[in-house]
Design a protein around this ligand. Structure first.
Ligand code: SF4
Length: 741
């Protein structure tokens, strides 16, 4: 076991010079342009910054490696948002990390921001047993070492983790390698984010993906955005919402927090048109419902009850396409708004707007998917959608908005711990082997297995396993129990420091970098498959693509000659075409400048469930009562971060500057607790603690609090996961505060 005394959590001391300026009411605009330029020119220099941004999200260019918002058919010259600019700047940085110059203990005492600022990793490194310092190793030795470790144990004692940045081609080969090796242990970041969406949608509509396209947004008459902060996490969505508003849509935000992006939006594209330069910002949400944390099931149950009382159900649609209506109807008969923190007066406008149209789009993100009852949250949305017949025609449907550029594509490629039998059969038939049938370990099960000493080796294709996971100290212990942890990465992060007994870092090409004139493909939140091709000179001569690394490892692990796949990615796509439905004629179709759409049957009103019907679900409203002095805490992102990558210490839209260890508290709760803005507190969840947080009184419902992750992932219990999807409940952690002495 690894005895190194490394810090699993970022240091709890921060600079005391911070500023609180209160929540912003306008998103983007000049500040976003300035921030984009500051990040790109600051890290990559003016010349490289220009080429990085010029190709971003352009046809034949680079697909942004941040969120999975789709690209419009007509691209603007600057087809990116501030956070897309930060992402390519981060990858295009001219800085080069040299972790071998420090001990891992020293590095672990640095902040996540500092670690990320060290720059690109450019050569393979190994951390040997008993040593605290990484040392260079050549590729062949590193890959031989890893393959030997993997082969030295049973396949089910090995884990193959994937982050949502991985391309379709790399993901397909990675799952093939793991399955030919003999395991379905393919945990991925979807386990931590939209797994609940997949489970909820699959059991009700028969598909695990959204059913809308970008054009449905433009044709919708009501767009309901639940538990999502697009201004920071999917910023180009604001342009689509602005266009929808122009077409007459009503926009409703259901979120404990008032977010700038859903308040007013000054589209930076306006600055490219003299007539629009001074155009005022667009008022976005017509209604903001500050629902209490996890009050969504109760809220949508009540909305459905109201719609039924007004006889606003779509009888013909319900009759023809659904099942379970009667039981559902009975279940909502006595629904109330108790636990939502909302009044009938507040919610009634939404009921009215929903009752007047079938062109309704429901969007959501982590605010719905990271609760113990998360799958029911999704079902509550689907109930409302079916009641209004808002699916299977233009301007209507459901849209889980993915926060990682290819997390949906990876799942389509077979990155899952519970693959469908049909997929395994096609894989086995095509590659002439017997795939493992036993379901694998998802992320939470992987951590438990590592804690129980049942896992020897963990391979991570991208990501930051430690900081993305809950219960940080236990996850750290789990990693330390492993014999070997391997990170295939572009930048330094805490998972390189809290490792197994031995660890290897394999530096890979970024998505913006040339890869021998080859392109990869990704799939966005609306199931559009399109290509991405890097144009930048690689950050170092030793870098290899994700695909090359998987091929080189597979040749050692399986004795397979995958060199053809390395030389020509069309070969990989031909294999995908043979195994994955919807990818016929893949190589020709993906060369279309806009790519192609995968078939999503509910778009045509076809529901591929067992009985061919869309399912209403009778739901229990969760009991949200808390013991005295306890609060629900949700973890959130600042505007200067992408998942666990910290680009800076500001959260401009929430008016928090140069500080991350803050806890947003309702003003009345603060006065009851005799706390004021600026006071220092420690946070507790059962025996877990997170120290030294600054109180910020903020417009959040009573009983609710918010903090940034990964700083408070240490408070999220490993056992507290969503029924049915096993996604950690990062959005409703029961905490108490204690003033610091
Ligand atoms: S909206 Fe998402 S995909 Fe588009 S540029 Fe911004 S971060 Fe990248």
């Amino acid at each position: 076991m690894n005895e190194r005394r490394v810090e699993a959590q970022p240091p709890d001391s921060e600079s005391t010079s911070y500023q609180l300026t209160g929540p912003e009411t306008t998103a983007a605009g000049i500040p976003a342009v300035v921030s984009s330029m500051r990040h790109t020119i600051g890290l990559a220099g003016p010349k490289k910054a220009l080429t990085l941004l010029r190709t971003l999200n352009q046809k034949g260019g680079v697909d942004c490696m941040s969120c999975a918002w789709p690209d419009p058919e007509k691209r603007s010259v600057a087809e990116f948002c501030e956070n897309g600019a930060k992402a390519v700047a981060d990858e295009g940085t001219l800085r080069r990390a040299q972790p071998e110059n420090y001990t891992v203990e020293e590095l672990s005492r640095q902040s996540d921001y500092w670690l990320n600022q060290q720059g690109r990793l450019t050569r393979p490194l190994i951390l040997r047993a008993g040593s605290s310092r990484y040392e260079p190793i050549d590729w062949d030795a590193a890959l031989d070492f890893i393959a030997q470790k993997l082969k030295s144990t049973q396949p089910d004692r090995n884990l193959f983790y994937t982050s949502g940045r991985t391309s379709n081609e790399a993901a397909f080969l990675y799952q093939l390698m793991a399955r030919r090796h003999g395991t379905n242990n393919l945990p991925d970041c979807a386990n931590l984010c939209h797994e609940s969406s997949g489970v909820g949608l699959n059991s009700t509509l028969g598909v695990s993906k959204g059913t809308v396209t970008l054009y449905d947004f433009y044709q919708a008459q009501v767009i309901v955005i639940v538990g999502q902060n697009p201004g920071t996490n999917h910023p180009r969505m604001l342009s689509a919402l602005q266009r929808a508003k122009k077409n007459g849509a009503k926009i409703v935000s259901i979120n404990p927090l008032p977010e700038a992006g859903l308040s007013r939006f000054k589209n930076p594209q306006d600055y490219m048109h003299p007539l629009q330069f001074f155009r005022p910002a667009t008022q976005m949400a017509d209604l903001h419902l500050p629902v209490a944390i996890n009050g969504d099931v109760a809220l949508f149950q009540w909305i459905c009850r109201r719609l039924l009382e007004e006889n606003k159900q779509e009888d013909a649609f319900i009759e023809a396409y659904t099942t379970g209506f009667a039981v559902f109807r009975h279940a909502v008969k006595n629904a109330t708004l108790e636990g939502t923190g909302l009044t009938e007066k507040q919610v009634t406008p939404l009921v009215e707007w929903l009752s007047q149209t079938r062109r309704i789009v429901f969007c959501w993100a982590m605010g719905l998917t990271q609760h113990v009852n998360a799958v029911d949250n999704i079902k509550a949305i689907v109930n409302t959608c079916l009641l209004r017949g808002a699916i299977g025609h233009p301007g209507a449907g459901v849209c889980p908005v993915r926060g990682h550029s290819n997390v949906q594509g990876d799942r389509t490629m077979g990155i899952t711990t519970y693959p469908k039998q049909a997929f395994l059969d096609r894989l086995g038939q095509h590659f002439k082997f017997h795939p493992p049938q036993k379901p694998g370990l998802d992320v939470v099960k992987s951590i438990h297995a590592m804690l129980e000493g049942k896992i020897e080796n963990l391979i991570c294709l991208g990501g930051n396993f430690l900081s993305a996971c809950p219960d940080t100290e236990r996850t750290a212990q789990a990693l330390k129990n492993a014999k070997l942890t391997v990170q295939i990465s572009t930048k330094l992060n805490r998972s390189h420091l809290v490792t197994g007994e031995e660890a290897v870092i394999l530096p890979c090409l970024g998505r913006t970098e040339e890869d021998g004139n080859q392109f990869v493909t990704v799939e966005d939140s609306m199931s559009i498959v399109h290509r991405s091709q890097g144009k930048q000179k690689p950050a170092g001569p030793e870098l290899r693509s994700e695909i090359a690394i998987v091929c080189d490892l597979a040749s050692r692990l399986l004795g397979a000659d995958w060199s053809l796949y390395k030389r020509n990615y069309d070969q990989i796509r031909s294999e995908i075409e043979a195994v994955v439905p919807g990818f016929s004629d893949f190589n020709r179709r993906v060369r279309h400048p806009s790519g192609f759409a995968l078939p999503i049957l509910p778009r045509q009103g076809i529901f591929p469930t067992q009985d061919g019907k869309a399912h209403f679900s009778p739901l229990m409203t969760p009991d949200l009562r808390l013991p005295e002095g306890h609060f629900y805490m949700m973890t959130i992102r600042s505007h200067d971060q992408f998942n666990t990558t910290i680009y800076g210490n500001d959260d401009r839209y929430r008016g928090i500057h140069n500080k991350r260890r803050v806890v947003l508290v309702n003003p009345e709760d603060a006065s009851i607790l005799r706390l004021r803005t600026g006071d220092q507190v420690d946070l507790f969840c059962e025996h877990r603690r997170a120290d030294n947080f600054t109180v910020v009184t903020y417009p959040i419902p009573p009983g609710c609090m918010a903090t940034y992750f990964p700083e408070t992932n240490s408070l999220v219990p490993l056992e507290k996961t969503a029924h049915g999807s096993n996604t950690p409940a990062y959005k409703s952690v029961v905490i108490r505060l204690q003033p610091r002495q």
